[in-house]
Design a protein around this ligand. Structure first.
Ligand code: AMP
Ligand code: MG
Length: 416
């Protein structure tokens, strides 16, 4: 077993050890959050033919060449085309047709004039301005062309992608299957969310945040409860997790007398590949693999450490399993809003808020950075990287921030 890897070494190791999961065919709606295992080609043009973008009148632009308010041009309205209908015959020179949004533009017509810009009088419609060829006409295939790859393999299915697939008539799609992630917690002090918290007992909050994070990512969490700090209890919990694509266990992986995870994993045939990553929070982190397949993450118990190691190592691994091409958190450059110091030898992930100042982002810490302060995660927009060997960062220094989310995305302003 290797010890004391840098964040980069640990991350590369894990990504290299993570398999992509096989493809499965799912119903369109069930694929929400999953990642396409196939490129999707449009079987037809969309729209299928030139169609109107407005309610109005289909014309030949050349017929309205000289129209103005002094000398409007009047054309007879010879037929009508509605969405889903079709023109009875081509439009002849000097004619117009009543047309509605989405209706196919009749042969012989090349533009549509909005109803609001015309005046009707019996069977004649009057135009007081010229129109350009193609005005208010949606060209056949302008959205998607027959034979064109519209969505590539590796695309995550959100609402827009599902809409596109539906428009192509794809009720079933091929996606990488969701990883089944066993979530385990352990510790004599831990209880379930509605458990008895008398004395020094605390709720196993990691269980809940890790299950939630798996769901957010589109993985399938399997919650296996809390084990006691004894080898039998830990072993039976891990036995229940065997066969999962990924096991995420929090706590018990340190070097304390009550940390039974490592020996139990070894007993069950899991090769522990490394332990300890030079980072803070999150140093006591372990990674292993079962020979039969399945990766194992031993996260530290402290809630912030568990969260940060999940984001750095588990999230990219799950995304790779799911077929994603971009597995790592987006980053941005920011100016540090306050001076910071630390000892060399560990990379610190500092929880920061991000505020816009002109062209720049300003990163300020969320306050107490103890790995037990869960509220620092609620308040954080990102994890600021305080590099391994650095000992001081000045106020105003340019820093890299991994973006967790943005309070600025939450839309406090109504749209303009
Ligand atoms: P350990 O890794 O077992 O030494 O735990 C480190 C710290 O994290 C201790 O203060 C534990 O009480 C706390 N902790 C461990 N597991 C959890 C959990 N599932 N939820 C919340 N806190 C936990
Ligand atoms: Mg413990």
């Amino acid at each position: 077993m290797k010890r004391d890897l840098s964040v980069k070494e640990a991350s590369d190791w894990i990504q290299g050890a993570t398999p992509r999961l096989a493809a499965e065919t799912v119903n369109l709606f069930d694929g929400l959050g999953q990642i396409l295992a196939e490129g999707v080609v449009s079987p037809r043009d969309l729209p299928p033919s030139d169609c109107s973008a407005m309610d109005g009148f289909a014309v030949r632009a050349s017929n309205l060449a000289g129209a103005d308010s002094e000398q409007p041009v009047g054309l007879p309205v010879v037929f009508e085309v509605a969405a889903g209908g079709s023109a009875a015959r081509p439009l002849a020179d000097g004619e117009s047709a009543r047309i509605f949004t989405g209706a196919p533009v009749p042969a012989g017509a090349d533009a549509v004039v909005r109803q609001e810009d015309t005046r009707s009088e019996g069977d004649t419609v009057w135009f007081s301005a010229p129109v350009v060829d193609g005005e208010h006409v949606r060209d056949a295939g302008e959205d998607m062309r027959a034979g064109e790859e519209v969505l590539s393999a590796g695309t995550r299915l959100g609402a827009a992608e599902i809409g596109v697939l539906a428009s192509l008539g794809r009720s079933m799609v091929s996606v990488h299957r969701r990883p089944r992630v066993a979530i385990l917690s352990g510790g004599d002090e831990l209880v379930e969310v509605d458990g008895d918290v008398t004395g020094d007992r605390i709720v196993s909050s990691n269980s809940y945040s890790l299950v939630a994070r798996c769901r957010e990512l589109g993985a399938e969490p399997i919650y296996l409860g809390i084990s006691k700090d004894d080898p039998q209890s830990v072993e039976s919990q891990f036995r229940a997790a065997l066969g999962a694509d990924c096991i995420v266990s929090s706590a018990g992986v340190s070097v304390g007398d009550h940390d039974h995870v490592r020996p139990v994993l070894q007993k069950l045939g899991c090769e522990l590949e490394f332990w300890g990553v030079k980072m803070k929070p999150g140093y006591p982190f372990a990674f292993g693999r079962f020979t039969a397949g399945g990766v194992v993450f031993g996260l530290p118990g402290n809630p912030v450490s568990a969260f940060v190691t999940f984001e750095e190592f588990v999230r990219p691994s799950l995304l790779k399993m799911m077929g994603a091409e971009q597995c790592f958190m987006p980053t941005l450059r920011a100016r540090l809003g306050e001076p910071l110091t630390k000892k060399a030898g560990r990379l610190h992930f500092v929880r920061v808020r991000l505020v816009r100042d002109g062209q720049e982002w300003i990163a300020t810490t969320t306050g107490n950075q103890s790995s037990g302060v869960m509220r620092s995660l609620v308040e954080a927009d990102g994890l600021m990287i305080f590099p391994l060997e650095e000992e001081a960062l000045q106020e105003g220094a340019s820093v890299e921030v991994q973006v967790l989310r943005g309070h600025w995305f939450e839309g406090r302003q109504p749209p303009p």
